[in-house]
Design a protein around this ligand. Structure first.
Ligand code: TYD
Length: 208
């Protein structure tokens, strides 16, 4: 029986997830909640090694299926080693990307099939689903421009704009299909406005 709360943050590259997560982490911690902040790919020592492998630019074209398996390997270890133990002891887990990233990026944008990827991800995550997902929506041109200023692009960020547009459409469709779990936030608003909207929603789940 899971006692904690599992919250994931999704969006295209440069949507503002990190800023939002940091704000929520600070608030929940100051209210005395036990909070774990983590990310995918990554979150464990194995996951961080996979992250390096999957995000670095490569000479060869990475097979979309191989790419999916790397993200899922990271997730399997993450769920097993970090997320489930934290939820079982009653923590709030804030996770930067999870299942919906695989469905949007590999299932839809890479064309592997949304339902196939959803099944595989669900299997490797031991059936664990987020209680709440914040989807930060920004047009890809805006998101990528933000990323460009801060650091060099990784392998996925350097994909053409049409790829990122597909990801946005994929997320919007996921949100329409899961309106209760997945909440869209307008990433064009100021980071403070986005934070206030997110906290309004979150306060329905966490009661001091
Ligand atoms: P990251 O630097 O964490 O990007 P961001 O700051 O935008 O979250 O890189 C993670 C990248 O991996 C991002 O481009 C999305 C991609 N990704 C997938 O394609 N599939 C997945 O299942 C996950 C978890 C991430």
């Amino acid at each position: 029986m899971i006692k904690g709360l599992f919250i994931t943050f999704e969006g295209g590259d440069g949507a503002g997830k990190t800023t939002l997560m940091d704000g929520i982490l600070k608030t929940l911690t100051s209210r005395g909640f036990p909070v774990v902040k983590t990310r995918e790919p990554g979150g464990t020592s194995l996951g961080e090694a996979v992250r390096q492998l999957v995000l670095q630019k490569r000479e060869e074209i990475l097979s979309p299926r191989a790419e999916l398996c790397l993200f899922l390997a990271s997730r399997a270890q993450h769920v097993f080693e970090v997320i489930l133990p934290a939820l079982n002891q009653g923590d709030i887990v804030l996770c930067d990307r999870f299942h919906d990233s695989s469905v949007a990026y590999q299932g839809i944008a890479r064309g592997l099939g949304a339902s196939e990827v959803a099944h595989m991800s669900s299997f490797i995550a031991e059936g664990l689903q987020p209680d709440l997902t914040f989807y930060l929506d920004v047009p890809p041109t805006v998101g990528l421009e933000r990323v460009k200023g801060s650091r060099s692009e990784d392998r996925l960020e350097s994909e053409e704009i049409a790829f990122h547009e597909k990801i946005r459409q994929a997320y919007l469709e996921l949100q329409r299909n899961h309106p209760h779990r997945m909440k869209r936030l307008d990433g064009l608003k100021s980071s403070h406005e986005v934070y206030v909207e997110a906290m309004d929603i979150l306060n329905q789940y966490v009661i001091d």
